[in-house]
Ligand binder design. Structure first.
Ligand code: SAH
Ligand code: SF4
Length: 392
């Protein structure tokens, strides 16, 4: 049985042809799955009976088993999906006025091992398949449409950010077809600017993404110099800051009116001093020379979500404010990410709850019943308006 969530539309066309069907049938099938959320082939009324029978015999549309669901006071929802062998991945829905953002995972664990990241501390387990990446969106979109009572054509998810668990550019082959499905007019129809890949800086893959599928790019910088970044993001030893920013500039050549989002996690006494803000400003603004060309970017300061094993603390608000002011006065648009879903430890990109969550998954599985906290009715239209610093 093949899970059809695995295929972007091109691959689904190839698969249909292998089944002896014409390629345009793939578009009809794709629309049933990704625009209507249909998994029952018998309900796909514009497909020939013979094709539906073939589908029923050889294919399926399967979501991921839900290990738990939590709904925060502010409407943020965190799903923990069971991906087998004791691994779980997290997907977070963040409702805001006029839009709904889904933060999705690309790997179980992560090999980059950033100092401040709970996912990194778990180590790397495995890459998610394309089906497992798309299944997070498929589940969230159609589950939310039902809960919110949306009419046909109305969308629950307007933005996707790959800021959950894992380094998406270290799972390139599976991530790109998932991105294509998100962008496809016959799929989720999200515009290029409403899908963001966040990366710790896998330089060669930034170049490939530019050529293959240039969605919005966020770069997790976290330090203004190589000595500190080597410590915080070990991948920096392979791809130092100058190379990373050069690849970000090349990325923008494909979309000159775009900008790169620079993510910077604020760590008390580590990377948050006024001098470091000045150094970051100089790095990003440059001086127009060939050596220091600067970068068209916005900065998103992320309050660190602490967890015991990190030995690190969140910068005090005043220090975050002062850091932001230096950048802003220097002419760089800077936002401080509002933490969301604090009561369920679910704010996007703040996966400190994950380590405990995985343990709880094991316990729950052992009890053979997976309790799900009952969701109160929630609507992203009534969610508090929060500037998250992400483009719309
Ligand atoms: N691997 C990719 C995407 C997933 S992490 C990347 O690193 O960009 C998404 C964002 O969350 C990154 O900017 C990451 O630095 C940030 N992050 C990770 N752990 C965090 C923590 N404990 N508190 C705040 N932000 C964190
Ligand atoms: Fe991996 Fe991103 Fe966490 Fe670093 S911050 S360990 S790259 S998930």
């Amino acid at each position: 049985m093949v899970n059809l969530l695995q295929f972007d539309r091109g691959a689904l066309g190839d698969w249909c042809e292998q089944q002896g069907e014409q390629a345009f049938r793939a578009t009809q099938l794709f629309r049933w799955i990704h625009q209507r959320g249909e998994r029952d082939f018998t309900a796909m009324s514009n497909l020939a009976r013979s094709f539906r029978d073939k589908l029923a015999a050889s294919a399926e549309v399967v979501a991921l088993p839900i290990a738990s669901e939590q709904v925060a006071e502010d409407g943020t929802i965190k799903w923990l999906f069971d991906v087998g062998a004791g691994d779980a991945v997290e997907t977070v829905f963040i409702p805001e006025t006029g839009r709904g953002t889904l933060c999705i995972s690309s790997q179980a664990g992560c090999a980059v091992n950033c100092r401040f990241c709970a996912t990194g501390h778990q180590g790397f387990s495995r890459n998610l398949t394309t089906a497992e990446i798309v299944a997070q969106l498929w589940h969230a979109e159609f589950e939310l449409r039902r809960r919110l009572g949306l009419r046909e054509g109305e969308r629950a998810i307007t933005n996707v950010v790959m800021m959950g668990m894992g380094e998406p550019l270290q799972n390139y082959g599976n991530v790109v077809p998932a991105l294509r499905t998100m962008l496809d007019d016959h799929g989720y129809g999200l515009s290029r600017r409403r899908v963001t890949v966040s990366t710790s800086g896998v330089v060669p893959m930034i170049d490939r993404l530019r050529d293959d599928c240039p969605v919005a790019l966020a770069v997790s910088l976290h330090a203004p110099d190589d000595a500190l970044r080597d410590e915080l993001v070990p991948l920096n030893r392979k791809y130092p800051i100058a190379e990373l920013l050069a690849s970000a500039r090349r990325y923008l050549e494909r979309a000159p009116r775009d900008f790169i989002t620079i993510e910077y996690c604020m760590l008390d006494g580590v990377n948050d001093s006024p001098a470091q803000a000045e150094a970051l400003l100089a790095l990003l603004r440059g001086d127009g020379s060939a050596d220091r060309p600067g970068l068209s970017c916005k900065v998103n300061l992320i309050p660190f979500n602490p967890f015991a094993a990190s030995g690190l603390n969140r910068s005090p608000d005043a220090r975050v404010g002062a850091f932001a002011a230096v950048l802003q006065e220097g002419g760089i648009v800077t936002t401080v990410r509002k933490t969301r879903g604090d009561d369920i430890a679910a704010a996007c990109g703040q996966l400190a709850g994950e380590v405990q969550d995985r343990t709880r998954v094991a316990e729950r599985r052992a009890r053979a019943a997976l309790p799900v906290r009952v969701a109160p009715p929630t609507s992203h239209r009534t969610g508090a308006g929060v500037a998250s610093g992400r483009r719309t």
